[in-house]
Design a protein around this ligand. Sequence first.
Ligand code: SAM
Length: 232
Amino acid sequence: MRPHRALVPHLSPEIELRGREAHHLLEVLRAKPGDLVTVFDGKGLEGRAVVESVEAGILRLRLEQSWEASREVGVPVELYVALLKGDALADVVRAATELGVTRIIPTISTHSVAKEMGGNKLERLRRVAAEAAKQSGRTVVPVVAEPVPLRQIPEVEQGLVAHVGAELRVREVLEPAKPISLATGPEGGFSPQEVDFLVGRGFRPVTLGRRILRAETAPLALLALVTAGEGL
Ligand code: SAM
């Protein structure tokens, strides 16, 4: 069985876990003294630790070994995803983390149904990213940024915007060794002016096939073509 994984603030010889992380290891995974735990700091350092003691919900670990580890894509992959209504963004954050995204920036555009996001929701999305990073064996937890209006997207080095009716395929334009920025639209799609704006910022419109994908499916299809599809 694979050792449990725990996200810790930093890797030190003695690690003390409390709160949510300790609760998960103790109550859900039933960790006990002597068990091995893979610890990671979310910034690229990973290690092997042994559970030394469990007392009043506090878990003490002894670090045996640590190493620089990476199952990361190798170049920054940022995703400008339209702010979505309900809980749809949580599913996008979870799967995008598994697919190797490094930064997720919810964006607000003309046809967005949702126009704002509360602080609690942002916190929850960040927890979803941390949990998905842990479960998928990532060593870096992607950043979930505060929502920004689409017009604040800066110029990018290599950008792809999924746009219904575009003809270019991702594999025809993708340069996998360069940092990449991706953009997908809201339930109502991008306006033509917004697509022009993104093109001006360095994004190339690409197709995701002949069908219309939901606003929560499109970011994952686009990301999968860039990372999973390239074996990254
Ligand atoms: N009626 C809208 C339109 O024509 O743009 C549909 C929007 S779709 C539900 C939401 C977003 O998913 C789009 O803005 C686009 O970014 C992406 N998308 C969905 N299907 C796509 C496709 N076949 N090719 C490229 N992008 C697509």
